[in-house]
Design a binder for this molecule. Structure first.
Ligand code: NAP
Length: 276
């Protein structure tokens, strides 16, 4: 088994994830895994970074596929005995003008952004080594979507006692409510992406609390963040930040020094803790 520290970035064959891998290859003292659901796209991305003189490693990972997540988990367990840095970056967004029914957009978006990310956490968080760092890439869209929720939902999503099961129930209810076209009446905003990222931010707050309760002595720091508005296939060419600039806050959180006792359980943008 290797004693080399290891970092994994989900959805890193392009966009912000690719830039996070690039930065980690330069700054993280260990093995950095670029992961992609499609091995061809993944290997192509690895080759691009190799041309820059960097040495990322590759592992397949489709966060929608539990078998794929578990294969990565078993690989990390066997080769490294755990994991030091996990960046949950993979995500999707329908384009504004997409004509797919809202209920379809809700189901598909929540499937990857919330349920996929949650499944990765369920399988990989137990592998986190002491002083490990977990970064969940959320979005400012989570804050604005929270503002568009009913008072009752806002209270639930801001609660310091909400459980992961309760959050899963709420995210499932959103999808069901869209299918019945009662989501607005039930207090939801009309943004599937925004609700999926509420899920990611609230999940991060819950997971940080669980780490405090169950693994206090291990000094693991877990946070959610927004990368900013970044020029990628998701956000388009008009966005204000380059992918490398978008990677800055996630990389800052992934490389917090081992003597740092925070941030933990926070939502950050531009390396600054934001009020949830
Ligand atoms: P992007 O260029 O579209 O890249 C998304 C990445 O996620 C791709 O590598 C994609 O792989 C991967 N992915 C999608 N579904 C996946 C799955 N099921 N399993 C594994 N990988 C999957 O988007 P981006 O702008 O870099 O976004 C990265 C993250 O930042 C997302 O979580 C996004 O919500 C968040 N974010 C972005 C912005 C922005 O302005 N760009 C703002 C706020 C938050 P494929 O190539 O196979 O599709």
């Amino acid at each position: 088994m290797s004693n080399v520290p290891v970092a994994v970035v989900t959805g890193s064959n392009k966009g912000i994830g690719f830039a996070i891998v690039r930065a980690l290859c330069k700054q993280f003292p260990g093995d950095v895994y670029l992961t992609a659901r499609d091995p061809g796209r993944g290997q192509e991305a690895v080759a691009k970074l190799q041309e820059e003189g960097l040495r990322p490693l590759f592992h397949q990972l489709d966060i929608d596929d539990l078998q794929s997540i578990r294969a990565l988990r078993d690989f990390l367990k066997e080769k490294y005995g755990g994991l030091n840095v996990l960046v949950n970056n993979a995500g999707i967004a329908f384009k504004v003008h997409d004509t797919a029914p809202f209920a379809v957009q809700a189901e598909v978006t929540l499937k990857t952004n919330f349920f996929g990310t949650k499944n990765v956490c369920t399988e990989l968080l137990p592998l986190m080594k002491p002083y490990g760092k977990v970064v969940n890439v959320s979005s400012m869209a989570s804050s604005s979507a929270l503002g568009g929720c009913s008072r009752e939902l806002q209270q639930k999503f801001r609660s310091d006692t909400i459980t992961e099961d309760e959050l899963v129930e709420l995210m499932t209810k959103f999808v069901e409510d869209t299918k019945k076209s009662v989501h607005e009446k039930e207090g939801w905003p009309t943004t599937a992406y925004g609700v999926s990222k509420i899920g990611v931010t609230v999940l991060s707050r819950i997971q940080a609390r669980m780490l405090n309760e169950k693994r206090k002595g291990d000094h693991i720091l877990l946070n959610a963040c927004c990368p900013g508005w970044v020029r990628t296939d998701m956000a388009g060419p008009k966005a204000t930040k380059s992918p490398d600039e978008g990677a800055e806050t996630p990389v800052y959180l992934a490389l917090l020094p081992s003597d740092a006792d925070g941030p933990h359980g926070q939502f950050l943008s531009n390396k600054t803790v934001r009020t949830w």
